[in-house]
Design a protein around this ligand. Structure first.
Ligand code: HPA
Length: 269
């Protein structure tokens, strides 16, 4: 695995015209941020050696290099989900490559179902912590030399970046929630009983991504900022149907606000 990571990183290094220290995973809810990036180079995943290829509707697959908020950035347009069938080492492969390329800060976004009754559809939730409810930890297996065998996770989401996001949100007059994101494998949305269970476990929102990538980023010493768009609400008194289209629609609506916060954060961090 390590050789593959090295091979991919070398392939990219030989072609990159910039040397970004900031990476963004453009999940559901932030895909349009690509419109704001002054793109200099695009590498479709299918052309990058050893890169998995993403399959889900709404997730195009390419690695973008460009400028956002005046800074060089690397953006993943489309991510790899465990539910698509990728093993964890493939889900998190791009993060290991990012580390090799010199990435120091990772911004991640996703869409999630709110389990906190104080939340509404369309809320932006800054992720303060997570619960790994995936059936596997991405660090299972021989330890990579990027970090310890038993890595600390007491501040998976960087406190200073959270403070910066709060400040920017306030300046912009954009209300934000804070909360714990629970990552689960999907692809089913939760039953009402599962939403209730997750709420009791301490989750404010539940989704099918992010946690594996964040664990690996932290193992590499990469700082993380995470944000989630609440696209549906589950498990309250009156269970409602959830669909991918609805999730996409709700996420699309808040995109401009999310994008603005991210751009400002990158500019100032
Ligand atoms: N559950 C899991 N993943 C999700 C949800 C949800 O309710 N909404 C968007 N992604």
């Amino acid at each position: 695995m390590y050789e593959k990571i090295q091979e991919t990183a070398s392939w990219l290094k030989a072609r990159m015209r910039t040397k970004p220290e900031t990476a963004i995973i453009l999940g559901t809810g932030l895909g349009r941020l690509t419109d704001e990036i002054e793109i200099e180079q695009t590498f479709p995943y299918s052309e990058i050696p050893n890169f998995p290829v993403s399959t889900v509707e709404g997730h195009r697959g390419a690695l973008l290099f460009g400028k956002l908020g005046g800074k060089d950035v690397l953006a993943m347009q489309g991510r790899f989900h465990f539910y698509e069938g990728y093993p964890m080492r493939e889900v998190t492969f791009p993060i290991r490559v990012m580390y090799e390329l010199g990435i120091k800060t990772l911004f991640v976004s996703n869409a999630s179902g709110g389990t906190n009754p104080a939340f509404s559809v369309g809320d932006i939730m800054i992720i303060t912590d997570h619960i790994n409810f995936f059936p596997e930890n991405p660090l299972r297996g021989p330890n990579f030399p990027t970090g310890p065998r038993f890595p600390d996770m007491h501040e998976a989401y960087d406190k200073a970046l959270i403070q910066l996001a709060d400040k920017i949100a306030e300046e912009e007059g954009t209300p934000v929630q804070h909360g714990v994101y629970l990552g689960t494998q999907g692809p089913t949305f939760e039953t009402p009983a599962e939403y209730r269970m997750f709420a009791r476990m301490g989750a404010d929102a539940v989704g099918m991504s992010t946690v594996p990538e964040v664990i690996v980023a932290r193992h590499c010493g990469i700082k993380v900022f995470g944000v989630s768009v609440i696209t549906d609400l589950g498990g309250f008194d009156n269970p409602v149907e959830v669909s991918h289209e609805e999730v996409q629609k709700a996420a699309d609506k808040v995109q401009p606000k999310m994008a603005q916060i991210m751009r400002e954060m990158i500019k100032r961090s």
